[in-house]
Structures are given as C-alpha cells and as structure tokens.
Design a protein around this ligand. Structure first.
Ligand SMILES: [Zn+2]
Length: 719
C-alpha cells in the first residue's frame, strides 16, 4: 500500500519538475544533488535513506490529520484542566497505537485562572459596565461552548483599581516618552494599550514601571481586524467582539514555572514565594475586544494622539489622562500549584542511543487552539504515525528520536522548560538538536527560524517535500515568495531567508538555556483569530487549511528533518553560515555603535579576528566532514559529530546574561523590550542602545570568549 503511494508521489514530482522551466538555482541544486545524494550520507547509505524517507512521507494522511485536530479541539483545554489532561491521554494513546512507547510526565506549577469574569467599568458622567467575553458567532458551532474561558491574561495580578484612562499606543518605552512630551503622566492611572510590536508581557512590565495601576490590552482592527480583510465568520480576520488572551509573564527574565527558576518543578525542589518571583507583574492586566476599546477610546479627551498613535478605529484618537473619563478594572485570579502533563515518546537509536534528536510541540491552548498549537500536535501525531510504520517495516534509526507534547507553553513555555531543567545534564551531553513546531499551519506560506548551523539542513529538507498548492517543492515556493517580497535593493536573495530565534515558543530552554541547536517553522497565512475562541476547528477547516494538505506537508517536513539528523553518517551542521551570520550581526551593531559614538570604547579588532578564526575553522571542519562522509570513515565521523553538536553548547556562558542569569546564550536571546523577537549579540546590543560603554566592552569580551570556545571545540574534531 504505502509503496504504491510512494511511487505515485515520485512520478508526480518528476512530471512536475519536467513540466516547469528550471531556474538557475534549481538546476544547480539538482546537479549538486545528483553528485552528493543527501548531505551527510555516503553514496550508498543515501540510497537507503531516500527509500526510508520516501516511505515515511507517504504515510501522513489528510483524513487522519483532520481527525486528530477535530479530537484535540473538541473542548477548551487550558493547561492544568481535566480537558487538557484528556488531550494528553489522547496524544499518548495515539502514539502507543502507532507502536511507540509514550508516557505522561507531570510537573506541579504555579498557574492562574480567573475566579470570575473580570469587571471593567467606564466611569464618565455615568457608569457603564463593559464586556469581557467574546461573542457567539453564527456558523462556528464551537463559539457557543459553555466552557470558553472569559478574556483574561495568564499571570495577571488580582486587583480592583479605579483611575483616569490613558491611551498609551503599543505600551513601549518610547510611547511613554511621547506621552510625557504631550504632558500626560500615567502614574496612578489605567493605561489602555494595543497589541503589536512586542510581547504583551513587555507591555505589562513597562506599564508597571511607569507607575500605572492597571493595564488593558486590546486588539486594534488595524493589526488583525477589518483593516486586514473580511472578519470571521465571513473571512479569517478578527471580528469586533474578539480579544486576545495570553500570558504576561516576564518571559525575557526567565520562562517556565515562576516559583522554580532554573530548577524542575518536582518534589524536592524548593519553591519561591509568589511575591519573590521576579517574572510576574503586580498590577491587574486585562485583554479586551475592539468594540469595547472603541467605547473607551472614543470618549477620551486630553491631547490629540502623538504621531504613530492612531489605529484603525473610525475617529481621531486622543490620549486621555483627564479625570472626567475613568475606568474601574477588577481582576480576581485563582492562583494555585497545578498539575500539568507533558507526553514523551521515544524511539531508541540502534547505534547511538545516547544521541538524542528531540521534536517538540505544545498541546495546551487558551481556548480550542486549532492553529495554535494543535495544527502542530496533529502534525506530531502524523510524524509518530509515519515513524511507527517505518519501524514495522524494519527501519532502525541510528540515533534516538524523542517526541514531546508540551503542556502549559501558553503560560510561559512551562512544560518544556521544566523538562529541559530536569534533564539538563542529559541534554547537554546527548541532545543533537531540538526541532520545534508550534502553530504549524495557518495558511500556505512557509517560514522558518533556526541557528545558522542548521540552515542547510532546513533548506535541504524543504527541497524534498512537495508544496500542496503549487506542486513545486516547499523550498521553491518559499524562495519564490521571498523573492517577490524582498526589500528594494536587496540583491542577495539566492536563498530563502531563515530567521533568528528569539522567544515565544518551546525552543527557548533548549537553545538559550542549554545551547542545543534548534529550529522552528510554520506554514502561515491570513490569521486574525490568534488566542481567541475562533481559533477553532471550523476556522481551520474553512480558512486555514481546507483539505488538511498543509498539516500533511508539515508532518512530512518535520519527520524528514528528524530522520536526516537521526540517520546521518556526518551530522549536517555547517558553522560557516554561523560565522557569516555573526559577522553580519556585528557589522550592524558597529553601525549603531558609531552613530552613538561608542565605537572606540571596546575591542573591535579582537572580535573581528575571533570571527575570522571561527570562520576558518568552520570551513575546515566542513571539508573534513564531507571527506569523512565520502570515505565512510566512522571513527573520524564520531569525533566530528561530537564536536559539531558540542560547538553550539560553547555559546553558553554559565554566568548568564546581564540581570537575567537564566538566559545563557551569547548570540541569541529575546531583548528586554523586543518581546518575541531576537536581539542578536544580546547584551552587547543592549549596552549600545543604553549608550553604556563599560557594559558594551564587557559584553563583547564574553561574546569573543564564547567564539573562541566554539572554535576550539571545532578544532578538537580533527586533532
Ligand atoms: Zn503556541
């Protein structure tokens, strides 16, 4: 059965390739493919690998993917609830039914639910109670589910505050500066800010720092509502009575359980008192829909909006701050230690059991979570489905593959962080790479982020998976689209761009705490229902992925990446791309340093020569690896592989980043204010932004030291 299907797919691919005129790059790739087979495999092993991969990719199936998603999104399944537990059992039992060994792994962590719906009142000449629920939408049957959680923020404080309302735009530091210039102080007032430009936890922190007593966050229609297109249920964008739930944990300080930073939340770990946790806000924070925001914002007086403050609501925004328009916000949170459940399945490696390729996706959702995260969960189950079939057919992966279904990611990457903290020593010694998938499918456009050493692996795997809509490879579709969207004057678009890993999903503990090389990817589209009750099965079936072909493509791609790393003779890590990337990051940082007149205050030369040495060594190891693969020199490859895996670990500085010791990676971390987005060369860049030459010098020295460690480790591959 599966073989027949494989042949059909292959024939289809061949005919499409022949029919379409080849671009230069495509021709080039096909040529180099013919010569090398699959990167990391000797010629004869590449043939076997291709056969296994083809068999694997024939197994993920639309009907089965659709059924997984339907089952996982039947009920709201917020972390720690019995509905969440039911999804853990479903995932475990499905994986077992495919023949894998899978178990639940529990942690006790600090989580909040709303005791009652929050109270929001507008107080002008009269009091007006405002809505903190999302509306039932005709057409989407699950929108009337009785267990839909009211709008609330994970880790909001409880409180009952009344004060003048101030509109503070995106709620970032420069917005408060603009308010100050306009003569508006937010101290003792309630700010209303819009989503966008950064992570909501940053907005909560900056509001508190500026002395506001409460923070309301709304989704402006400019961002993901009618300004983008038709709203749900007519189109995929956010309808008026919809808000965005989400955590306001200070993820940029440390993620995971707030009471056990750096340690697993298990018996025997001492816990902080909640008031000692430095990653939690002290003010009530509340999300609202844009019809409610309109009621408030349209009545604000005070100065007319500063430049950049106007959003998509149909009137001129004023910033408020006057005492004739007040708000009352009451949040009542039920905080407790609650049990969460990861599901962990493993396939033991046949030759290198102590080398782990780890795949992870979270399972918990604020409501139904069809896109975020269960499109990824459905893909994971289909990967398990495929691997289970291969094992029955005699496939023996060389290295161990671990599939992880994380819980409580939405609150702050909790399930993954606690697991990574519990098995930190094992992961440091054994983890080859961590491959993340979160909101896997919201449309047809592929995008990826990863450490540069895995760029070539990512590109290679996307060449071997078919894009369902165009019939081209995912790679070709991705590249064509990048070309169309390239910025004016960007000539260097021979390859589709792969982003930098910041934070906001479960790769963070692996990469930024432990130094495990990581990737993240997704198929994206017009997705306006993020963290709302309308991120539902109905939405996916109608807008996100009708037919579920992209769920299948996601599973095919994820599994292909895992198989290549698990089976390779010579692991596909190329540090020459890392060196190029760091050089670009440094050039950009130097440009900013010159603008700020800081360039003379640190050792630019040492950094440049550290990058040069790193680049040279990376190139040498890559050549050695290719040669050892060609000659099937197992002994040499064992040494090279270890060095390639351990290279990433050397970016870790045990002392951690400035003021946040949990983050230890010297190249990649989220910035203090960038939210999810990475701020590469983190401490150095922050010091330049802060115009602090002493810190800039010190931070750059740490980065240089880490580069020297990586270079030395790569050298050890061939000593
Ligand atoms: Zn997610």
């Amino acid at each position: 059965m599966s073989n027949m299907k494989t042949i059909l797919i292959l024939l289809l691919l061949v005919s499409i390739t022949l029919a379409a005129p080849l671009t230069f790059t495509e021709t080039f790739i096909q040529k180099s493919f013919a010569q090398t087979g699959i990167d990391g495999f000797s010629a004869e092993r590449a043939t076997a690998e291709r056969r296994w991969e083809d068999q694997f990719r024939a197994i993920p199936d639309q009907k089965s993917a659709r059924e997984h998603l339907r089952r996982l999104t039947l009920e709201p399944h917020i972390a720690g609830t019995k509905e969440d537990y039911a999804t853990a059992v479903y995932v475990r039992d499905q994986l077992r039914s495919y023949g894998l060994s899978a178990d639940l792994k529990e942690y006790e962590v600090w989580l909040n639910y709303p005791n009652t719906s929050s109270v929001l009142e507008l107080i002008t000449t009269r009091r007006q109670r405002l809505n903190t629920h999302e509306a039932v939408v005709s057409g989407d049957p699950s929108s009337s589910h009785p267990k839909i959680t009211p709008l609330f923020n994970g880790y909001s404080a409880s409180g009952d505050v009344t004060g003048p309302a101030v509109y503070a735009n995106y709620g970032l530091p420069n917005d408060y500066e603009d308010l100050k210039k306009a003569g508006v102080d937010v101290k003792g007032k309630i700010v209303i800010v819009r989503y966008g430009n950064s992570f909501r936890g940053v907005k909560a922190k900056v509001a508190e720092q500026n002395g506001s007593i409460g923070c309301i966050i709304y989704s402006d229609p400019e961002d993901d509502g009618y300004m983008q297109g038709d709203v749900f249920p007519k189109g995929p964008w956010r309808p008026v009575a919809s808000g965005q739930r989400g955590s306001v944990q200070y993820l940029f300080d440390y993620p995971g359980d707030p009471l056990t930073p750096g340690k697993p939340a298990i018996d025997g770990t001492p816990r902080l008192k909640p008031e000692e946790a430095t990653d939690l806000t002290h003010i009530p924070v509340q999300p609202i829909a844009y019809d409610v925001a309109q009621t408030i914002l349209s009545q604000l007086k005070g100065p007319l909006r500063p430049r950049g403050f106007q959003g998509g609501l149909p009137f001129a925004y004023h910033v408020g701050g006057t005492s004739d328009v007040k708000l009352r916000l009451k949040t009542d949170m039920d905080y407790k230690l609650r049990t969460i459940w990861n599901v962990v399945a493993r396939i033991d490696g046949n030759e290198e059991k102590d080398r782990w390729v780890v795949l992870g996706n979270h399972r918990d959702a604020w409501v139904f979570g069809a896109v975020d995260p269960n499109s990824g969960s459905s893909a994971m189950l289909e990967v398990g489905h495929g691997f289970g079939e291969l094992l029955k057919q005699g496939w023996k992966p060389r290295r161990t593959i671990i599939l992880c279904s994380w819980d409580a990611e939405e609150y702050g990457l909790i399930g993954s962080t606690e697991w990574a903290e519990e098995f930190a020593d094992d992961l440091r010694a054994k983890a080859v790479a961590y491959l993340n998938l979160d909101a896997a499918v919201s449309g047809p456009h592929f995008g990826a982020s990863s450490v540069p050493s895995l760029w070539k692996l990512m590109r290679g795997a996307t060449r071997d998976v078919k894009d369902p809509n165009t019939g081209k490879s995912v790679y070709q579709q991705w590249q064509d689209r990048s070309r169309e969207n390239r910025p004016e004057g960007d000539q260097d678009m021979r390859e589709a761009r792969i982003g930098a890993l910041g934070s906001g999903s479960d790769y963070t503990p692996f990469l930024q705490h432990l130094g495990v090389a990581s990737t993240d990817m997704s198929f994206n589209g017009d997705y306006g229902v993020y963290h709302s009750a309308y991120d539902s099965f109905y939405w996916m079936d109608r807008f996100g992925d009708p037919g579920f072909h992209y769920h299948v493509a996601a599973a095919q791609l994820w599994g292909t990446l895992a198989m290549r790393l698990a089976d390779a003779d010579g692991l596909q890590f190329d540090y020459t791309d890392y060196a190029t990337q760091i050089r670009d990051f440094f050039t950009e940082a130097m440009r900013l340093a010159r603008i700020r007149n800081l360039a003379g205050s640190f050792d630019e030369k040492s950094m440049t020569s550290a990058i040069d040495d790193f680049a040279k060594e990376a190139e040498r190891v890559e050549k050695e690896r290719q040669e050892a693969v060609r000659k099937s020199d197992r002994e040499r490859l064992a040494k090279i592989n270890d060095a390639l895996v351990q290279g990433e670990r050397q970016f870790i500085d045990a002392r951690g980043l400035r003021g946040r010791v949990w983050y230890k990676h010297q190249i990649y971390a989220p910035g203090f204010y960038t939210g999810y987005a990475a701020q590469p060369l983190t401490d150095f860049r922050q010091a330049i932004d802060d115009r602090n030459s002493v810190v800039a010098k010190e931070s750059l020295e740490r980065i240089i030291d880490s580069l020297k460690r990586v270079t030395k480790t790569l050298k050890s591959a061939t000593d």
